[in-house]
Design a protein around this ligand. Structure first.
Ligand SMILES: [Ca+2]
Ligand SMILES: [Ca+2]
Length: 320
């Protein structure tokens, strides 16, 4: 069997006078080819039969072009496949990196933020504890200062009461008595409790204090004076026991037991001024007179007590 390229070569080598026979061989070749590749397409067979010579030349270039086109398309398809594979792999890598790296960085950043926030909270807590401790100390200090201030207030309140009493006494005596002394008629009276409720003396020292002030222990001359002195000391007490709230007065039997004599050498005391059962010279040692307040009777307010006992005292002097 002669090949297609061989037939073309033979045609090129034919002289001009033999064109008819050569054309017939070409038609025959095309028919054979048509029978081989298109034997079931009657349409193409009739076309080849009608336009045998022109169709042969055109189809050859068409086949070549189609072959080249197929090769080009194949190369393009392969290239596209390779590029698609690369693009896909790149996309996967990009997707993977974009999905994993930011997440890792995000978690790392979040972890750092949490640690930083924890440190800040720890410092804040420490600061709050320090402030709490400092505030507690300040409260304790203020409480201590407040207690001290309260004590000072109480002291000042007592002094104020005494000063007011002195002012009242001055106003009441119109300058006839010394500050802190009270007046009854033409006499001035000093109650040691008003000057200091903490100071108590025995009978001798009490009298010495009165003398130092230009006076002496009180000598009660009248029932009015008895009632005045007794009533004046009603609230001058530091104990619930009557005997501990007494005031020394200027009468004693130290020179003659049972003979009560005033310090002005006047002998005798109205028996009704003694409390019931007094004077009793208890223990053979009670030689000095004491006056107290009695809610029962202002006339039964005196008793004899041990002269060495420390109690309050009442001084008396003539007014100016
Ligand atoms: Ca006595
Ligand atoms: Ca007695």
């Amino acid at each position: 069997m002669t090949s297609f390229s061989g037939k073309v070569q033979e045609e090129a080598n034919q002289p001009v006078g033999s064109n008819r026979s050569t054309a017939m061989e070409k038609v025959s070749f095309v028919r054979n080819v048509s029978q081989v590749f298109f034997n079931r397409a009657g349409y193409f067979q009739s076309r080849y039969k009608t336009f045998g010579k022109d169709v042969y030349g055109s189809n050859r270039w068409v086949v070549l072009c189609l072959g080249l086109l197929n090769v080009v398309l194949l190369i393009a398809a392969v290239s596209l496949g390779i590029n698609c594979a690369k693009v896909k792999e790149s996309s996967i890598n990009v997707t993977h990196s974009s999905a994993t790296q930011p997440t890792s960085e995000y978690l790392h950043d979040n972890h750092s933020d949490v640690i930083e926030a924890g440190e800040k909270l720890k410092k804040t807590l420490e600061t709050a504890i320090k402030n709490h401790t400092l505030l507690k100390e300040q409260i304790e200090q203020k409480k201590s200062i407040n207690d001290e201030n309260q004590r000072q207030v109480e002291t000042l309140r007592t002094e104020k009461t005494n000063l007011q009493a002195n002012i009242s006494a001055l106003e009441g005596t119109c300058g006839k008595c010394l500050p802190g002394w009270n007046i009854l008629n033409s006499s001035c009276y000093f109650f040691s409790y008003l000057e200091s409720s903490a100071v108590k003396k025995n009978w001798a020292d009490s009298r010495a204090d009165c003398v130092r002030r230009g006076a002496d222990l009180v000598v009660i001359d009248t029932p009015e004076e008895q009632k005045y002195v007794s009533d004046s000391i009603q609230n001058m007490k530091t104990s619930n026991r009557l005997w501990e709230n007494g005031f020394w007065i200027g009468i004693t039997d130290v020179h003659s037991e049972g003979t009560w004599t005033w310090i002005n050498n006047v002998t005798g005391l109205n028996p009704r001024y003694w409390m019931d059962g007094e004077p009793n010279n208890h223990g053979q040692k009670e030689d000095c007179g004491v006056i107290v307040y009695s809610s029962i009777s202002p006339w039964k307010t005196m008793y004899d007590g041990p002269c060495h006992n420390p109690i309050y005292w009442v001084c008396k002097m003539e007014s100016r």
